[in-house]
Design a protein around this ligand. Structure first.
Ligand code: FAD
Length: 508
């Protein structure tokens, strides 16, 4: 059956894409001008440039610099429509998606929506919901850790960090040790980039605002379970990153596992307790739970098993791409969950869908790996070209410059690029960051992209409840010391499984 985009009238084939991330958006661009109607759905009305989210959290960039309206990106694609909605399920028999208002799952006011989004029929379905952070079963992570997956989470983290320093300023001689200690878990590119940016914020920028505070009392601790940072990079680049971070005041703790997370402290393997009220979890991802909700067969990390052309076994009309897809290289290794794979998936699936609709056999997906890069801080970065491009590495200033140029090139939107250039230039010349605002951000129960994927499936709800039961406040190991008031149970705005609630009176 061929569906119309909205009204059920028979027209051109209707291709529906779930997710306007790197994968989904590139699929939509690839279908621009083709003889199909396309609807791309996302719970946010913007595409999020996730590799730069940490710069929002550390007050380097404004939220609007890393987000770009999906409608603006697709303005010149008349056959592509955007729907702002949350996909909650799929009716395979009828070839329809179940949609909710983007707030509906968690916001009681949305229940009064007189015109809920309902269902959307498709002929070809491209599933690109991305990934969420994996807690690896560590108790307390889902309740107390910060995640960086959405713009709101980055803004919330920035406000939280700045508020902790305001709190410490109110009592420079005393106060809670955890207010001055930031712990980052995960020594991959995200953890390393965050640690570098935070060390500059804490040791160079904030002391100007808080001359009353001793910068030496602040700590940035990067915790990594294995014995090296930056696993995808060569040993030389890993050593470079570690050396730079240590020189800039970051405490790098290798071979250290986190066993439990509480609101005021974490417990490390061996029993050591580290007081912190800011734990940022960057330890790895798993596929978005929508993959399970769609009952697709999965492989490692919950990623959907896909055929070489990215379609799903026995479902030639269903394709999975990006972080949620378990595509493999010629040796059977899963492709990494990084933006270049998602972009190339999106481009390839557009060609594959058109081939299938044309009665041709789609070509298998082949990933062209150009290399990896990560920034460690001002004038310090690592960039390594893939072996087929010579395999050489740039470290230090050249690695940093290469990172800046490439991220600028990939950042969507001229205004976003201009905003980033101005912010980076200003900071480079002045060592100052202009985005040091504490927002009036109410922890939104609906904004949980990084930890649950916001699919109201029973499975997700059960997992969240399980994590709560294992947490410190429910009788697990007590890593809390001061009997503070930041238990979400104290906050009627929080259902206890999501955003950390600061102990400020305004509840933000
Ligand atoms: C902090 C951070 C830093 C990173 N740094 C780098 C880096 O430096 N280099 C690199 O290559 N990669 C990096 N990555 C990884 C990279 O961002 C991902 O590989 C990439 O975003 C995957 O693209 P995707 O389209 O599969 O998913 P995403 O970009 O996550 O997009 C998924 C989209 O689906 C939407 N969605 C999800 N569920 C639903 C639903 N139920 N209903 C409606 N919409 C839904 C989401 O809102 C989102 O817009 C980083 C990731 C993070 C989180």
């Amino acid at each position: 059956m061929t569906h119309g985009p909205e009204d059920g009238v028979r027209r051109r084939p209707h291709v529906v894409i779930i997710g306007a991330g790197f994968a989904g958006l590139n699929a939509a661009k690839g279908l621009r001008g083709a003889d199909v109607d396309v609807t791309i759905i996302d719970q946010h009305n913007h595409h999020t440039f996730q590799p730069l989210l940490y710069q929002v959290a550390t007050a380097q960039l404004e939220p609007g610099d890393v987000a770009h309206q999906v409608r603006a990106v697709l303005r010149r694609a008349p056959n592509v429509r955007f729907r702002h909605a949350l996909v909650t399920g799929i009716d395979r028999d009828r070839g329809e998606l179940l949609l909710a208002d983007d707030r509906e799952a968690n916001d009681p006011r949305a229940a009064r929506d007189p015109d809920p989004p309902g269902r959307l029929a498709f002929d070809q379905l491209i599933v690109a919901p991305g990934a969420i952070y994996a807690d690896f079963g560590v108790p307390g992570v889902r309740e107390h850790a910060f995640f960086l997956k959405s713009v709101s989470e980055a803004v919330n983290l920035r406000s939280h960090l700045l508020r902790r320093f305001e709190r410490a300023s109110a009592d420079p001689e005393g106060g809670h040790e955890g207010d001055r200690t930031i712990a980052i878990v995960g020594g991959g590119p995200t953890g390393v980039e965050l640690a570098g940016a935070l060390s500059e914020l804490i040791f160079r920028v904030l002391p100007r605002d808080h001359p009353d505070l001793d910068p030496k009392a602040a700590r940035v601790v990067l915790i990594e379970m294995t014995d090296a940072l930056l696993p995808p990079f060569s040993p030389g680049s890993r050593r470079h990153a570690e050396r730079v971070l240590r020189a800039r005041g970051v405490e790098v703790r290798l071979g250290t596992a986190v066993e439990e997370v509480g609101p005021d402290a974490i417990r490390l393997a061996g029993g050591e307790r580290l007081a912190t009220r800011t734990l940022i979890w960057a330890a790895g991802v798993e596929a978005h739970p929508l993959i399970r909700a769609l009952e697709l067969p999965t492989t490692k990390g919950g990623r959907a098993v896909v055929r070489p052309d990215l379609s799903v076994e026995d479902r030639p009309d269903t394709w999975v791409i990006g972080d949620a897809a378990g595509s493999e290289d010629a040796d059977g290794n899963l492709h990494p969950q990084v933006a270049p794979v998602a972009i190339q998936h999106g481009q390839a699936v557009a060609r594959a869908v058109l081939a299938r609709l044309d009665g041709r056999e789609p070509a298998p997906f082949r990933y062209l790996d150009k290399g990896s890069m990560a920034i460690v801080g001002r004038n310090a970065g690592v960039a390594e070209l893939a072996p087929r491009f010579g395999g050489f590495a740039l470290r230090g200033f050249l690695g940093w410059a290469a990172w800046l140029v490439l991220h600028l090139a990939y950042l969507p939107g001229h205004r976003n690029r201009l905003g980033a250039v101005l912010a980076w230039g200003y900071e480079y010349l002045t060592h100052d960051r202009h985005a040091r605002l504490i927002g009036e951000v109410t922890p939104s129960p609906a904004e949980r992209t990084g930890r649950t994927g916001r699919v109201p499936t029973r499975e997700v709800a059960t997992r969240a409840a399980g994590a709560r039961e294992g947490g410190a406040r429910d009788g697990g190991v007590d890593v809390r010391t001061d009997g503070g008031t930041d238990d979400p149970a104290d906050d009627p705005a929080d259902d206890g499984k999501g955003e950390r609630t600061d102990d400020d009176a305004d509840g933000t």
